[in-house]
Design a protein. Structure first.
Length: 315
């Protein structure tokens, strides 16, 4: 059996009357890229803070690398790399100095420290920015610096909390490629993100949480198989009367129809020719449309059905 890297059992965290984590449990095996998803306020960051002993909790147990985690377990902490959601670097230090400082918390040998810093700078492609101060970096480069500071000491467990927020596509791709490479080299990854396409691209297993509890877990395919939705038929149409929307709701295998911003979305459960039935209805009623296409369910559909909200909804 694969080695268990993280085991959280019945974790409870309260903030006065608010229960942030409600008997929450998870288990992560060595070598996984584990996606931890949930809408804002679901408990993701609280879970990470408790896991890394940055935050105390009221009840439950946390084991990392087979040992009970606590604030004094420096032997465990040095094997963990944390890349927080908010960029945490020193503005008065250069790129190279920032990475050296954070890496130096775990590595004292000067030659090894220099080697690790150089490797981290190359890894995030910041070689041309060694002497730059953080306020001179773009958002994407700043995120890369944040990652370098968290992984320079070559940790076995890397926790990335929303590492691609507000970055350009080029930097996002660079970050995702880097995460995949870290995993290929042996690191176990915990990844949180509001970008579902990223999670589907890199995560081997996913846990969805809401209101401090697990609501579903599995691979991307397994999660999609747990919901009613099997296909979305989308039609771009400028004008559509309510009577036609009602008629479309009565088509075979259709369970929900919504119309907003000249886009009609028809959610189906089962059936092999749903798009053909929709086209036949439009043709039979002389209705004009710009285009029609079919989409397989996404993780956002999973969220919508399980939690009743979009993944990127604000609470």
């Amino acid at each position: 059996m694969s080695e268990t890297v993280v085991k959280i059992t019945n974790l409870v965290k309260r903030y006065k009357e608010l229960i942030a984590l409600d008997n929450f449990s998870l288990e992560i095996k060595k070598g996984e890229v584990f996606g931890l998803l949930g809408p804002n306020g679901s408990g993701k960051t609280t879970t990470i803070s408790c896991l890394t002993s940055l935050l105390s909790f009221d009840k439950g147990e946390i084991e990392v690398f087979g040992e009970k985690m606590s604030p004094s377990k420096n032997n465990i902490k040095k094997r963990i790399g944390l890349v927080p959601q908010n960029v945490s670097v020193f503005p008065e230090l250069t790129v190279e100095e920032n990475i050296t400082f954070f890496c130096g918390l775990y590595i004292q040998d000067k030659a090894e420290l220099r080697s690790c810093v150089d490797e981290a700078i190359r890894f995030v492609d910041l070689e041309d920015f060694r002497k730059f101060f953080p306020n001179k970096l773009s958002g994407g480069l700043l995120r890369r610096l944040n990652i370098a500071c968290g992984i320079a000491h070559k940790p076995d467990l890397i926790i990335l909390d929303e590492p691609t927020v507000a970055v350009d596509p080029q930097s996002r791709n660079k970050i995702l490629e880097g995460i995949t490479e870290l995993n290929r080299k042996g690191a176990t990854i915990i990844y949180t993100s509001h970008y579902m396409e990223e999670v589907e691209q890199i995560c081997s297993r996913i846990l969805i949480m809401d209101k401090g509890k697990e609501v579903a877990s599995g691979t991307s395919a397994e999660l999609k198989g747990k919901i009613r939705n099997t296909e979305n038929v989308v039609v771009d149409v400028r004008k559509l009367d309510e009577k036609h929307i009602e008629a479309l709701r009565k088509l075979n295998h259709v369970y929900e129809v919504s119309y907003s911003g000249n886009q009609l979305t028809i959610r189906c459960s089962g059936g092999k020719h749903n798009i053909s039935h929709v086209i036949d209805y439009f043709s039979g009623n002389d209705l004009d449309y710009d285009r029609v296409y079919s989409e397989l369910p996404t993780l956002n559909d999973v969220f919508l059905e399980i939690t009743g909200k979009e993944l990127r909804d604000k609470e």
